[in-house]
Design a protein around this ligand. Structure first.
Ligand code: UGA
Length: 432
C-alpha cells in the first residue's frame, strides 16, 4: 500500500519506517527541509535503538522515501497518517492542535482521489470530527474517511512496540476503510496483536485513558513505596505480589522517581482539560498529577536526610539524567528538578549519561558533565542512580574507586541492597 506519514517526529518516523519494513511504499513528509535532507543522508534526528539501521535498509531498497512536498506526497498516496506534535498549549493544560489543523487544511487542498486520513498523533476526543469538518469544506464526503489509530510505542522500545503491539486500535465509522486498515495491519495481527475496532471518538479516548492509567499505576506504586520505607517492607515484594494477580498485572509497577517524558505529563493534563470541556471531574487523574509533581521533593528530602542535612559542598554524582533508559530525551525528567534544587543548596554535582552532555544543565551552578562513569564517581560523597541504563546495572563500585567510599542512592532499585552493603557501601533505594 502507498502510505504517507506527515511529521517525522517520534511517531511518524518510527511507524513510517516500520510500515516500509512490512513491504509498504512509505513517504515521510516534514516541512523542515533540513531534517528531510539529513534523513536522506541517513542522519536520524532522534535517539532510538535500531532505528538508523532500519531507515537505511528501507531507504536503500526504495520502500522508504523523504520529502518536504506535502501536496505531491499526499496525491501519490492512498493512506495518510497525521503524526505531528500535540504539545501542551502555552500557559494552559489542553493540547495545542494548531499543527493538526494546519495539516488538515493542507490536506483539504490535496485530495485527488479517495484517501484514508488517519490521526496517529495523540489527539483529544472530537479532533477527528473537526478534521472531517475542515476537509468537507473543499471536498465531498465520499472522497475521504477520517480515522483514529493511536500509537502506543514507548521511546527506547519503539521498534519492538510497533512490531509486536498488544493491540491495534482503529476508530472508524466507515466500513470500507476499516477493512483496508485491517489489511494494512494484518502482518502484526497474524503475529498475535488484537485488532480493536471502535468509534473514532472511542479510539481517541483509548489513547489518553491508557496513558493516564499507566501514569496512575506508577504513581500508586510510588506512594506505596513511601509507606514501605516507613514500615520496613520491600516494595519489590509488593509489586511481585500484586502483579501476579492477572487483574492487576506486573508491568508499570516499578517504583522510582517521578514519571516523566513527552507523553504522561502532557496527556494527563490534556485528558483533564477535555473532561473539563465536557463538565466531567477526573479526580483520580488530578490526584495522580499532584502526587507526581510532589514526588521529586519527597526524593530530595530523602537525599537531605541521607546526607544528614549537610548538602553544602557535598559532591553528588548523577548516573543517568534522561527520563528513562534508552533515550536521550530530557523532557519532564525528574533530574531537571532535582539537580537545580541540589545545586541551589550548594551541592557540587557531576553527572554521566550514556547519551552525553545535556544543555539543560549548562547554566546551573556547579554542575558538570563527565564523559565516563569512572570519572563521574571520583571523589563523590553520594552517587544517585537516576536512570536504569544497562550500563549502570553491573558496576563494581569497589574496583572503580579506590579509597573513599561514597553513599549510593539507587532510585531505580537496580542493585540488591545486601550485595552492595557487603562491598562496604552505604546503600539506599526506593521503597525498601
Ligand atoms: C508512554 C507509553 O508507555 C506508550 O505506550 C505511549 O505510546 C507513549 O507514552 C506515548 O504516548 O507516545 P514513554 O513516554 O516513551 O511511553 O515511556 P514509558 O516507558 O511509558 O515511561 C514513562 C515514565 O514512566 C518514565 O519516566 C519511566 O521511568 C516511568 N516508569 C515506567 C516508572 O517509573 N515505572 C514503571 O514501572 C514504568
Amino acid at each position: 500500500m502507498k502510505l504517507c506519514m506527515i511529521g517525522t517526529g517520534y511517531v511518524g518516523l518510527v511507524s513510517g519506517v516500520c510500515f516500509s519494513d512490512l513491504g509498504n511504499d512509505v513517504i515521510c513528509v516534514d516541512k523542515d527541509i533540513n531534517k528531510i535532507n539529513s534523513l536522506k543522508k541517513g542522519k536520524i534526528p532522534i535517539y532510538e535503538p535500531g532505528l538508523s539501521e532500519l531507515v537505511n535498509k528501507n531507504y536503500k531498497n526504495k520502500k522508504l522515501s523523504f520529502s518536504s512536498d506535502l501536496r505531491t506526497s499526499v496525491k501519490n498516496s492512498d493512506i495518510i497518517f497525521i503524526c505531528v506534535g500535540t504539545p501542551t498549549k502555552k500557559g494552559g493544560s489542553s493540547a495545542d492542535l494548531n499543527q493538526i489543523y494546519n495539516v488538515a487544511k493542507e490536506l483539504s487542498l490535496s485530495i485527488n482521489k479517495f484517501k484514508i486520513i488517519i490521526t496517529k498523533s495523540t489527539v483529544p476526543v472530537t479532533t477527528g470530527d473537526e478534521i472531517e469538518k475542515i476537509l468537507s469544506k473543499k471536498n465531498s464526503k465520499n472522497k475521504f474517511a477520517v480515522i483514529s489509530n493511536p500509537e502506543f510505542l514507548r521511546e527506547g522500545e519503539a521498534i519492538r512496540d510497533f512490531t509486536y503491539p498488544d493491540r491495534v486500535v482503529i476508530g472508524s465509522n466507515d466500513i470500507k476503510s476499516n477493512k483496508i486498515m485491517k489489511n494494512l495491519y494484518s502482518p502484526l495481527i497474524s503475529k498475535g496483536a488484537q485488532y480493536v475496532h471502535t468509534s473514532r471518538r472511542a479510539a481517541e479516548l483509548i489513547k489518553y485513558a491508557s496513558n493516564a492509567f499507566l501514569a496512575t499505576k506508577i504513581t500508586f506504586i510510588n506512594e506505596i513505596a513511601n509507606l514501605c520505607e516507613k514500615t520496613g517492607i520491600d516494595v519489590e515484594d509488593i509489586s511481585i505480589g500484586m502483579g501476579l494477580d492477572k487483574r492487576i498485572g506486573s508491568r508499570f509497577l516499578r517504583a522510582g522517581p517521578a514519571y516523566g517524558g513527552s507523553c504522561f505529563p502532557k496527556d494527563t493534563r490534556a485528558i483533564i482539560s477535555t473532561a473539563d470541556k465536557f463538565k466531567t471531574n477526573l479526580s483520580v487523574i488530578k490526584s495522580v498529577i499532584k502526587s507526581n509533581q510532589n514526588r521529586s521533593s519527597i526524593l530530595l528530602k530523602r537525599v537531605h536526610a541521607i546526607l544528614k542535612n549537610k548538602v553544602k559542598n557535598k559532591k553528588i554524582t548523577f548516573l543517568g539524567v534522561t527520563f528513562k533508559a534508552n533515550t536521550d530525551d530530557m523532557r519532564d525528567s525528574s533530574s531537571l528538578i532535582m539537580i537545580p534544587a541540589l545545586s541551589k543548596k550548594g551541592a557540587l554535582i557531576k553527572y554521566y549519561d550514556p547519551t552525553g552532555f545535556k544543555k539543560d544543565f549548562e547554566k546551573i551552578k556547579n554542575v558538570s558533565y563527565e564523559n565516563t562513569i569512572k570519572k563521574s564517581l571520583e571523589g563523590s560523597d553520594l552517587v544517585i542512580i537516576h536512570t536504569e541504563w544497562n550500563d549502570f546495572k553491573s558496576l563494581n563500585f569497589k574496583n572503580m574507586v579506590k579509597g573513599k567510599k561514597f553513599i549510593i542512592y539507587d532510585m531505580r532499585n537496580i542493585y540488591s541492597p545486601s550485595k552492595i552493603k557487603a562491598q562496604g557501601f552505604k546503600y539506599f533505594s526506593i521503597g525498601r
